[in-house]
Design a protein around this ligand. Sequence first.
Ligand code: JB2
Length: 194
Amino acid sequence: MSKLVLIGGGGHCKSVLDAALRMGVFQEIVILDPGLNAGSKVMGCAVYGDDDKLGELREKGLDNAVITVGCVGDTLLRRKLAEKADAYGYSYPAIIDPSAVVSEFAKLEPGVFVGKNAVINAGAQIGRHAIINTGAIIEHNCHIGAFTHVAVGATVCGDCNIEEDVFIGAGATLIQGLTIEKKRFIKAGEVIVR
Ligand code: JB2
């Protein structure tokens, strides 16, 4: 059983933490968040302090981390926090809620979060630290870039190439075969057909 550090203790953390607890593979989970009191708890897990504690936790044998500050469009903070954790040599497990359906023929890179009832079909590749949120669908052979966030209930049909740092809003639909260039912000409910 490994030990996990969650970097960020707000709403997105709760989604990730719930999935991590349901996975049942982590012996200990602690949270870093400068906005919360050290010693307080989030869903039963201790807030240890701010990000300056990353080194101390690493020395204590916590070697896995997930970036649990979320994002709606701007991935800069998530990227900065990942760089900070990289410097201490953390590993990034994929956190996959047990209710999600992830094909054994899909490839998930480190630090990916897959929320409740999300579906990732065969041949899909999900880049590091991407968020595939609750109920999102990533169809066959899609490529999802690093730090991209596919929000709640969005659907990406087969063979799409979604580049890095893209935000696909809640309930948006992308038809098959599209390329979405990096950093693009797709609004909730948008339907993209070309
Ligand atoms: O530098 C930081 C930092 N800056 C803010 N380091 C760490 N470790 N934590 C940081 N935070 C913390 O992130 C704040 O103190 C706050 O507790 C948390 C942000 O919480 P919030 O609930 O506002 O947002 P979120 O990022 O967890 O969730 C957003 O993204 C999700 C994907 C929301 O928009 C959610 O609705 C969305 N589902």
